[in-house]
Design a protein around this ligand. Sequence first.
Ligand code: GLP
Length: 244
Amino acid sequence: VIFKNSADASIIVAQEIAGLIRTKQEKNKKCVLGLATGSSPIKVYQELVRMHKEEGLSFDNVVTFNLDEYYPMPKESNQSYYYFMHQHLFNHVDIRPENINIPDGTVALEDLNQFCVDYEMNIKNAGGLDFQLLGIGRTGHVGFNEPGSHINSGTRIITLDHITKVDASGDFNGIGNVPKKAITMGVSTILRSKRIVLMAWGQNKASIIKRTIQGDISSEVPATFLQNHNNTTFVLDEGAASEL
Ligand code: GLP
């Protein structure tokens, strides 16, 4: 779906998420959301906060699982995805702290594998993801599933692609300060979500969006695996859609 601008598009995406939360509330069920960081979802979170404050949208039944986190990364660092999520969403709504799940950038190296296994298990035990929000990196990554990521991959530690580090260098005051690794949900974790919305804004995403939607399905562009998911929508602005 192509919108004139990201502001209009973000409101539609926020409305879908709010609708899902309310539908689950009516049935007394939890709503399990997979959430993303980066600049792309910021306006969606703004709109959800507005709906909470002005329209009484409650997050009391919401359980969240974030896609990824840099490794290593202290929670309190303003570069952490933990910090980002609290700043943009969690601090402003009535979500229960125990319902927030974000990969932990402080886990000891020897405990990482178990942490990743547990993260997958926690998603499963929550009933699976009802909705997964995604951005896309210029490498074609979703979460931090960089080129080479297998379709069957689960939550794990990965090495960041050079292009991803270049794109993150502004947040870290130079590429040398960007963490080399990250914990990310896997491709299979994402593909098991019942509904997926991938958002991309601006001309600098146009070429990876063309490869993602019109290119061959391949682990060289992990986002192409979404082509075979039966309930995925790509929400684009005119810039991101300009090469389609
Ligand atoms: C980071 C995140 C991704 C995100 C991507 C794009 O690498 N790990 O989940 O989709 O950046 O970021 P932006 O939305 O700022 O373009």
